[in-house]
Design a protein around this ligand. Structure first.
Ligand SMILES: C[S@@+](CC[C@H](N)C(=O)[O-])C[C@H]1O[C@@H](n2cnc3c(N)ncnc32)[C@H](O)[C@@H]1O
Length: 214
């Protein structure tokens, strides 16, 4: 399995995101935040530079939050982002490869995967979604925010080309293992998740879904 490394890209990540997509990725990340008031134990996987984390803390969320990432530089950026916030002590950073981590059983009310599952191959996704499912409490929530290939033929062609370029870029600069986007819907259904809500952005090129573990 290839281990990705976002360390070199980390200082450029926000700039590249903003020139490519403006604020749309952030809109997508935080679009379900109003539904998350009651959560007590949260795990954010591949949290990156912590923009979702910052918004969650600012939403007066009282949860204990674990923010996991393989990139030391991304964790440094996320830590610097939340340091000025009064409730930053709710957060514990975990520096590890998600595939080396022992997911605790039945612990979390919420697991967040924003622009994270797209880094993995289908077999890695299968493995990861089983662990995510076992780590959530019954009725626990999963936020899945990621790229999407819309149905309309013209937009589908454009987005497929864009995704091809993005995967090429990320495989060269971060060594991610995936070389295309897998829609995890069928794996989530196999793992007994039910879709509660979904929102689309940027001509449906971005989607945010809230799934509930049955
Ligand atoms: C595309 S970035 C997304 C970051 C953030 N979630 C966002 O919304 O912008 C993917 C993140 O996942 C992390 N990552 C990739 N592979 C990982 C792995 N195997 N274990 C833990 N983190 C990983 C990267 O370091 C990076 O911060």
């Amino acid at each position: 399995m290839r281990k990705s490394c976002f360390d070199k890209l980390a200082p450029w990540y926000l700039f590249l995101e903003t020139i490519s997509f403006g604020n749309q990725l952030q809109q997508c990340r935080i679009s379900q935040i109003a539904e998350l008031k009651e959560v007590k134990n949260v795990l954010i996987l591949g949290d990156g530079n912590g923009r979702f984390l910052e918004s969650l803390l600012k939403s007066n969320c009282n949860a204990e939050i674990e923010s996991l990432d393989i990139s030391r530089n991304m964790i440094g950026l996320a830590n610097a982002r939340i340091t000025p916030l009064p409730n930053n002590s709710q957060v514990v950073f975990i520096h590890t490869d998600v595939f080396d981590w022992n997911f605790p059983k039945c612990k979390y009310d919420l697991i967040v995967t924003n622009f994270f599952l797209d880094c993995f191959t289908y077999s890695e996704l299968t493995n990861l979604l089983e662990k995510i499912s076992l780590s959530l409490k019954p009725q626990g929530k999963l936020i899945y925010g990621d790229f999407n290939v819309p149905n309309s033929l013209l937009i589908k062609t454009l987005t497929s080309l864009l995704l091809y370029g993005m995967y090429l870029f990320f495989r060269i600069f971060t060594q991610i293992s995936a070389n295309s986007l897998y829609d995890p819907t069928s794996l989530l259904i196999e793992n007994k998740f039910i879709l509660k809500n979904e929102k689309y952005y940027l001509l449906s090129f971005l989607k945010s879904q809230l799934w509930i573990k049955n």
